[in-house]
Design a protein around this ligand. Structure first.
Ligand code: TYM
Length: 351
């Protein structure tokens, strides 16, 4: 038996999302947004500002609004074309929440109990976190599958959630197989979405601690380069980035056990569209200070214009909101069709 006979029949479609929780940083940019921009050349793409996900932890309402516009501005400033592709915010398309409920009834407690991100975020205070935080990955599966999307560009930290999305799709297809077949969808209504996690910066680490992921919520602003940082801030953060006393190696294996050096080399490689080996050929044997100066110049050259454009774009809230409204209309048209069929498959009566 073929492992996945129905997969080839799905139309290639890219979906991904970013939470509007403030401090968009270099990790979000290199791990995800750069890929979004690249994929729009070859695929139809849907990019979502996932505000429903954001409220799984407390968000100040005015800041949530501002951050939603800021992520939208980042998508636009990085070059995503909202006419050719879809940019929208999740809460404007209620089908995400609706399908997530169905998936709450498909996914198993045991599967969610294994999610490392929940364990990290909940920490020792499990009794006190929102129920939403626990079922967050089911909503993520719904985001992707309500468009029957096939490809999902994300950073390394989302890999486990993507695997869960695949498990949910498969279980739904199995649980409802006769109903799916009876409606002419063959063996699978949902595709198995494929994670796209590639390149030298799929997990950008904190500039202060090479063992910790660069994150929006790190208390130290020096741990990350924000997309809105100006040239001086970028230069200062790169200069202060933690390193070790040794010179840079000439080959990649020399980075083993040197997480801070490896991180900076990976960042340089991703910003310059090179491999780590290329970067080490150029800078290997040299002093860290020389490399850091070059990295700082490169980061300023690449990120400076994006930050500037973001600031201009967020000032025009009516323009941003109209892009989100238009994108939401187009997203709803697709998601609405999927939800109608899901209701039929599950056996819900609808008018
Ligand atoms: P979020 O908002 O935390 O991050 C957005 C994207 O940035 C990537 N990322 C990183 N990549 C490399 N290094 C880092 N240090 C780093 N930090 C973040 C994330 O992997 C992500 O791709 N659950 C998702 C949002 C989401 C989603 C979806 C994604 C909701 N629904 C459906 C894909 C498909 C999240 O919290 O991303």
């Amino acid at each position: 038996m073929a492992t996945n006979p129905a997969q080839p029949t799905f139309k290639p479609l890219v979906f991904s999302g970013v939470q509007p929780t403030g401090n968009l940083h270099l990790g979000n940019y290199l791990g995800a947004i750069v890929k979004f921009v690249e994929l729009q050349k070859s695929h139809e793409c849907i990019y979502c500002v996932v505000d429903l996900h954001a409220i799984t932890v407390w968000q100040d309402p005015a800041e949530l609004t501002r951050n939603t516009r800021e992520v939208t501005a980042a998508f636009l400033a990085c070059g995503i074309d909202p006419k050719k592709h879809i940019i929208f915010n999740q809460s404007q398309v209620h089908e995400h929440a609706e399908l997530a409920w169905v998936f709450n009834c498909v996914a198993r407690m045991g599967w969610l109990n294994r999610m490392t991100q929940f364990k990290e975020k909940a920490g020792k205070d499990r009794e006190n976190v929102s129920v939403g935080l626990f079922v967050y990955p089911n909503l993520m599966a719904a985001d992707i599958l309500v468009y029957r999307a096939t490809h999902v560009p994300v950073g390394e930290d989302q890999k486990q959630h993507l695997e869960l999305s695949r498990d949910i799709a498969q279980k739904f297809n199995n649980d409802f197989s006769s109903s799916i077949a009876a409606r002419g969808f063959g063996e699978a209504f949902f595709p198995q979405p494929e994670p796209l996690i590639q390149g030298p910066a799929t997990r950008v680490m904190s500039l202060r601690d090479g063992s910790k992921k660069m994150s929006k919520s790190d208390a130290s602003d020096y741990s990350r380069i924000n997309l809105t940082d100006d040239a001086d801030a970028i230069a200062q953060k790169v200069r202060k980035a933690k390193t070790d006393p040794d010179a840079l190696p000439s080959e990649e294996k020399g980075l083993t056990g040197r997480p801070e050096a490896e991180n900076l080399v990976g960042i340089y490689a991703a910003l310059d569209n090179k491999t780590k080996a290329d970067v080490l050929r150029q800078f290997g044997g040299g002093q860290f200070s020389t490399f850091k100066n070059a990295l700082s110049d490169l980061a300023v050259a690449k990120l400076g214009p994006i930050g500037g454009e973001m600031k201009k774009l967020v000032a025009d809230t009516a323009h941003i909101d109209s892009i989100l409204a238009e994108g939401s209309d187009r997203a709803r048209a697709i998601a609405g069709e999927t939800m109608k069929t899901v209701k039929d498959i599950v056996g819900f009566i609808r008018a």
